[in-house]
Design a protein around this ligand. Sequence first.
Ligand code: PMP
Length: 314
Amino acid sequence: MVQLQKPKWIYFDGKIRPWEEGVLHISSEAVYRGLSVFEGLKGYWQKDGVNFGIVAVPRHFARLQRSARLLHIPCPVSYDGFEKACHELVRSLYEPARDMWIRATLYVIEGHWGEGTVADLVLTAYHQDKKPPAPIDIGVSTWQRASDVTLPPRIKTAANYQVARLARIEGRGRGYSEMILLNQWGRVAEATGACVLMVRNGKVVSTPPSEGRLESITVEIVADICRSLEIEYVERPIDRTELYVADEVCLAGTLAELVPVHRIDDFFLPKESPILTAVANRFWRAVRGEDYHPAVDLSMVTPAAGYAGASPHR
Ligand code: PMP
């Protein structure tokens, strides 16, 4: 059984509060219709062991605003308020030995069918191991990614993860921890919580968002890192069978990070993945503040209030 973390503090209704206070009314649209938009952000301890850097906060906030706008949800918070709330929560929870993943959600707490819509910003944050992810085996799901006219993949909304959940359940039955969803044309869309990158003929290839993938910040970072390493990066549709014969495959996402894929369905990929390993190594050095890269902007949380256990400002 999975043991989910229950961190001591959350950010809810404008301030840091105990975990138990994070409660929504059953009649809210967030509960009735699963109406919420969200982001997942990652924070890494910097090599100095003092500063903690959250990756690409402005881009995550911009995507949260885009998701909210497309679902007619007014965003209740400014950029400054958002960044400050992330810092406060991280500062009240972080531990020197672990990085963190922060989930920022706008839950619709008032309104009815798009009238009188009010959302609240809720932040939860979870500890993460510091080590890079080990290679994984994945499968291609029989479930399909929704299209732009059914449930736009561009919108990072809870409802978009219903199919992802079905695919994960299907995958578990087949021994896979992640699954790839194909789009309405039978081509690769993305994995359930990450995008797919493939290497063929020395080029790093990703599908464009119009193939049904999220507008991923990690993929943007990878594209910039490729340019700086003089590796060609292209966006074009990817067939399912191309993945089976690819030279290298990895999944890319804030939480997944850059995780190498060892096997897809019955097809084993080559053991060595020199190009994606070079990209991933550059990524790790940038997020840890070991070697600055302009694609990786870090919002620094300084340890003003001390480490784990510090009382949040209430
Ligand atoms: N696709 C899906 C469905 C996701 O949930 C995520 C994670 N946010 C991604 C792709 C990767 O996006 P990002 O790199 O911005 O985290």
